[in-house]
Design a protein around this ligand. Structure first.
Ligand SMILES: Nc1ncnc2c1ncn2[C@@H]1O[C@H](COP(=O)(O)OP(=O)(O)O)[C@@H](O)[C@H]1O
Ligand SMILES: [Mg+2]
Length: 251
């Protein structure tokens, strides 16, 4: 397959790139490498912290840590565990990580659509002329019992407008958010070009918190689009495909 867009796996590397940009920086939740000191400081500052593999994908091996009255509760997929001290928690997380590097990220309380948490995928693609365009927005509506909204974790794909219609924001908010996210997508494209050669497409995972503020959870350099085939509205899939064909993907 003639697939020519660059790939960067490390969420840490990509986060460092984004933080160099003062406009994008406002959209990045605090993220630190996993170690005992950073675990303690993150838990002192936030009620929920996400523990994510630096090189992970598909929502796999992500643990949500929440503060409770008696200490902490973790959740991996649907499995919950309790800890009374930070030391015990650290020991278990460290054992779980093994030799894989991990990140700690401030937990965002995802907005809900008809009672289900969701996040937004912003698809950004390069035209033949070399300019970035945010070609599509869609949503991943999560299973409320899980910690990740990914399709592979039982999430379902929605259109941006349908999902936003099921959320408790004012009607004027949706078009405003749409234009903000599209502008953000283009800014991230330009940012990535300044840091590394050869990107043709990017997929931003953006959380919307319960107040409506957008947060970039990660930037995918190899965004999957096959889950979009399940959408009744085929126009989104077709549009992404038509841009993708220009750089040799999705043939
Ligand atoms: N900081 C966070 N706050 C809230 N939810 C998060 C956070 N980080 C990840 N998630 C949830 O987990 C999913 C997967 O996380 P992500 O960073 O996109 O990693 P992956 O590469 O595995 O997709 C997100 O789409 C979101 O549903
Ligand atoms: Mg993701």
């Amino acid at each position: 397959m003639k697939y020519k867009s660059s790939t960067i796996k490390s969420k840490w590397t990509k986060t460092q790139w984004l933080l160099k940009d003062s406009y994008i920086k406002k959209y990045i939740p605090i993220t630190l490498p996993f170690n005992k000191k950073n675990l303690s400081s993150m838990l002192a500052d936030h009620t929920t912290v996400f523990f994510k593999p630096t090189n992970g994908s598909g929502g796999n091996n992500i643990i949500r840590i929440s503060k409770t009255a008696g200490g902490y509760q973790t959740q991996l997929n649907t499995t919950k565990r309790s800890y009374s001290t930070t030391t015990q928690l650290y020991r278990d997380l460290n054992r779980f990580a093994g030799t894989r590097p991990y990140l700690l990220q401030k937990g965002i309380r995802l907005a809900k659509s008809n009672g289900k948490p969701f996040d937004v995928r912003v698809m950004v693609q390069k035209t033949k002329q070399g300019t970035w365009t945010s070609t599509a927005l869609f949503t991943k509506v999560g299973n409320p019992k899980k910690v990740a909204t990914n399709y592979n974790q039982g999430g379902t794909i929605g259109t941006f407008h349908n999902t936003m219609n099921g959320a408790k924001f004012s009607s004027a908010f949706t078009p405003q958010l749409e234009s903000d996210l599209k502008r953000l997508g283009v800014a991230v494209g330009k940012n990535f070009d300044r840091n590394y050669k050869g990107f043709k497409e990017l997929g931003l995972d953006v959380a919307i918190d319960s107040k409506g503020k957008a947060w970039i959870l990660e930037v995918n350099t190899r965004p999957q689009i096959y889950p979009l085939k399940a959408l009744k509205d085929k126009s989104i899939y077709k549009k992404i495909l038509s841009y993708g064909k220009q750089y040799g993907r999705y043939k």
